[in-house]
Design a protein around this ligand. Structure first.
Ligand SMILES: Nc1ncnc2c1ncn2[C@@H]1O[C@H](COP(=O)(O)OP(=O)(O)O)[C@@H](O)[C@H]1O
Ligand SMILES: [Mg+2]
Length: 94
């Protein structure tokens, strides 16, 4: 396993961009191992959230204080409006 130089000290949400197969998923899972991880490559979740982005709530425990990872978020752009809803207290990463 190659070690990575990337360090995220931010308390804020962020996007992690990069070509396929460069270790993004591996890195976020390892770095935020207690995060809520939502994989938009999973067909069932993908089609549900594509049709009803507001159902994102269903996947996140109430008053969640952990990071929320939205892997492959570009597949469901409308989900970003949910992330910005004012009552949210989650930290999002995608
Ligand atoms: N730090 C690393 N060292 C060695 N192999 C890695 C490392 N990170 C990821 N990989 C391997 O590279 C492949 C792609 O990783 P993945 O995290 O799925 O990339 P991405 O999410 O950017 O498409 C996987 O087979 C994974 O096991
Ligand atoms: Mg990935």
């Amino acid at each position: 396993m190659y070690s990575r130089l990337l360090k995220i000290s931010s308390e804020k949400s962020f996007f992690l961009f990069g070509p396929r197969g460069t270790g993004k998923t591996t890195w976020v899972k390892k770095t935020f191992n207690d995060a809520v991880y939502i994989d938009l490559l999973e067909a069932e979740i993908y089609y549900e959230l594509l049709a009803n982005p507001q159902r994102l709530d269903k996947y996140i425990p109430r008053n969640n204080k952990n990071w929320v990872i939205l892997d492959e978020v570009q597949r469901v752009p409308d989900i970003l409006n949910e992330v910005h809803r004012p009552q949210r207290h989650n930290k999002f990463h995608s």
